[in-house]
Write a new protein. Structure first.
Length: 312
């Protein structure tokens, strides 16, 4: 589990909380209303200690931080919102929104946000900011502008875009690698790009809490299965992900939803439940990719021996 600064180990967090609280004075506020130590609130909730704001639940903390993130544009509050979405505290887990808030905090100078943004499995470009971020005097459209994927922003690419309704993605080095290798694996470029968009947001350094790595979020066992030596090498990662997609397409006879369910939850779970597993994460994953890639069926290699674990 990833932890907030001074929140990683329970005993250390308790000591930090006690040292900051003094004699019951849990929260010290600036005149602006922002917390001088913005994470004391989360510590107080973790250890069920009182705080000056009278906040007793993570949902209330969520409402407080969201207001600070909106009105004060406080990067600490924006980071706290990312943490709440990442951990599912006071709100349903949503890695896209976690990435959105980490990206926002990084933009406003938060020192830890960039590292968390790299690690998160979410894509800020897919996030719809919550209603609490909408300012009454600001049109909704101006608030909901999507954040570009961090990997492409970092490269300052100003290249033309490739449109595959309804998907628009940067036609940069990642696209060119997919365009180069996908045909060799009998995978449509748009399908592979949709998977990458949802898996990592085009971030080659992405790493999930389950240790899925790189652009196509390959687990260590998948890397070994398809001979990927460096999951953070974009070309190796893409080739490994394409290999796995090719195998899954052959195994599930081109059924896109079953392929995606297996890619997310493992083929054994698809077999166990005789279809899409009843996992909210997996079901949401399929819906997210379907926003980009609308087809329900994909061509597949009929001559592949799907009894073999590793394909050539």
């Amino acid at each position: 589990m990833w932890c907030l600064p001074a929140f990683c180990h329970a005993e250390q967090a308790k000591l930090d909380a006690q040292s900051q609280m003094g004699q019951g004075n849990v929260l010290r506020q600036k005149n602006s209303g922002a917390l001088s130590n913005p994470y004391i609130l989360l510590v107080s909730l973790a250890f069920r200690t009182p705080n000056d704001l009278g906040i007793t639940t993570y949902q209330q903390a969520y409402d407080y931080y969201c207001q600070q993130a909106r009105d004060a544009e406080d990067p600490n509050a924006q980071f706290a919102m990312g943490w709440l979405y990442s951990m599912g505290k006071g709100v349903d887990t949503n890695h896209d929104l976690a990435a959105f808030f980490f990206s926002l905090a990084e933009k406003h100078g938060h020192r830890e946000a960039g590292a968390w943004l790299v690690k998160t499995a979410g894509n800020p470009a897919l996030a719809n900011p919550p209603a609490c971020m909408e300012k009454p005097d600001v049109p909704v459209e101006s608030v909901k502008e999507p954040v570009q994927p961090v990997a492409e922003v970092a490269k300052n690419e100003k290249e033309e875009t490739h449109n595959s309704a309804p998907m628009t993605y940067p036609k940069g080095p990642i696209y060119r690698l997919v365009q180069k290798h996908a045909p060799s694996y009998d995978i449509e470029v748009d399908f592979a790009m949709a998977v990458i968009a949802v898996e990592s947001g085009f971030n080659p350094n992405a790493r999930s809490p389950k240790n899925a790595q790189g652009l196509m979020q390959l687990l260590p066992e998948t890397q070994a299965r398809f001979s990927v030596k460096d999951a953070y090498n974009p070309e190796q990662n893409i080739k490994g992900g394409l290999s796995y997609l090719r195998w899954l397409l052959a195994y599930f006879k081109g059924d896109i939803e079953l392929v995606l369910a297996a890619y997310n939850a493992g083929e054994n779970n698809v077999l166990k439940y005789r279809g899409i597993p009843p996992f909210p994460e997996t079901q949401n994953y399929i819906k997210r990719i379907s926003q980009y890639y609308k087809k329900k069926q994909h061509d597949y290699r009929h001559d592949l021996d799907t009894k073999r674990t590793v394909l050539p």
